[in-house]
Structures are given as structure tokens and as C-alpha cells.
Design a protein. Structure first.
Length: 116
């Protein structure tokens, strides 16, 4: 055998229904996941914020104050919370967000229950 190999990644236990409800209770987190699902990944926090506002409130999509407020909320609250549950992966230094190992499963569940 030559070279090094990575140890097998631990199998993630499925999220419980209570965990799903807790994570998806916030409308902004639901919208964030729907936006990321529609644009693919990786994407920057500011790119997510722009697409988020274009989807939820097109009138404020060009409002720099609204955009900055949303970017801060995504960076400090919503993205880290979803990353802790392996739904998203987040590089806080570069501001890049990508889909985590649990993304597809929760996204398909959310998409089938989208209120739009």
C-alpha cells in the first residue's frame, strides 16, 4: 500500500423530526436553503443575500442597508446554525457557503413543504 488514505467519514445519523422543525422554524433559514438549492454551490454570503432579497423582497434587493443587515444575520446566525448540523459547510474566513452532507435530504423535505 502506498500513500495515505483518509479515514472513513462517520455515518451521520438522520435528523430527528424535532431537529428538522427547530432548524426550519425560522423563515429566513428556510428561504436560505431554498435559495442555495436553486443556485448551486459554492456561493458567497453576499451572493446568497442578494438572491435571498431578490426572492423575498425584490423592492429591497438593491437597498444596501437591507443587504448588509441580511449578510450579517446570515454570517452570524443562520449559516453557522445550519453548518453545525452538517446541512451547510461554511468557510467564515472566505465567506463561502456550500451544501453539507445533510443538505439534499433536508432540501427535498423542505421543497415538498414550500409555502410558496
Amino acid at each position: 500500500m502506498s500513500g495515505t488514505t483518509e479515514p472513513p467519514r462517520a455515518t451521520l445519523e438522520p435528523l430527528t423530526l424535532d431537529q428538522k422543525f427547530a432548524l426550519l422554524a425560522d423563515r429566513q433559514r428556510r428561504t436560505l436553503l431554498l435559495v442555495l438549492g436553486s443556485v448551486g454551490d459554492p456561493v458567497s454570503i453576499d451572493g446568497l443575500a442578494e438572491r435571498f432579497l431578490a426572492r423575498e423582497d425584490p423592492a429591497s434587493a438593491t437597498d444596501s442597508a437591507a443587504l448588509e443587515e441580511l449578510e450579517l444575520k446570515l454570517h452570524h446566525v443562520h449559516v453557522p446554525k445550519l453548518a453545525r448540523h452538517d446541512i451547510l459547510e461554511y468557510d467564515a474566513e472566505s465567506g463561502i457557503v456550500s451544501r453539507g452532507p445533510r443538505f439534499d435530504r433536508i432540501y427535498s423535505w423542505l421543497e415538498s413543504h414550500d409555502e410558496r
